[in-house]
Ligand binder design. Sequence first.
Ligand SMILES: [Zn+2]
Ligand SMILES: [Zn+2]
Length: 261
Amino acid sequence: MFVDSHCHINFEGLADRLPEVLENMRSNAVTHALCVSVDLETLPSVLDIASRFENVYASVGVHPDHEEAQEPGVAELVELAAHPKVVAIGETGLDYYRLGERTIADMEWQRERFRTHIRAAHATNKPLIIHTRAASEDTLRLMEEERAGVPGGVMHCFTEPWSVAEPALAQNFYISLSGIVTFKSATDVQDVARRVPIDRLLIETDSPYLAPVPFRGKPNEPAYVSHVGRFIAQQRGISDAELGAATTQNFFRLFKIPAAV
Ligand SMILES: [Zn+2]
Ligand SMILES: [Zn+2]
């Protein structure tokens, strides 16, 4: 049994075929999913899905790539996170991948938004879902400055080498791996998959993006997290059942969901 710790089933292509998406989860022994918020404009669709399906949870946050999105304040995030199915703050973080004409200095708005989320995580005692791309140094620095280690959280869709995983683990964070780990060229991520302590590892799809092998390039969905889990089990030389049980327990521990532990 597996859990998808990060998906966007409120996005087009998944939201319009939800009953099938949930049925595919069931038939692949994917028991739960966390539907992650990317902005406040689409948050109602995340909360709606989490309210309708018992095994789907939600988060509240504004993605660093959504520059034009409504800017959240700490109080607003705290208030929205009071929804009974909201188990995390995010996704938040830093993404310097699409700087275009800008410099890193120009991205202060992103860093400020990230700090706001960390403060909301403190206020709610909910874990953070952190997205980092081409920005690992600043991400780790802000996490440290803002003391993100309490309440901690997860570095989602992790694509950095072990040298970044190690300090994130030291700050009380979990590492979540997506279908990228199954790509032949992703040797750094496979190295991380073998080295992360088993009690700090999560798996995810980030669907509808990043389908794992053998579905690479096709639309992704939570059911495919089973392929991510099996691939990592193979890498670590443990059974699918052991990997599934550990990552499932980690999910419930991190997001403080009592019932299924
Ligand atoms: Zn992300
Ligand atoms: Zn995401």
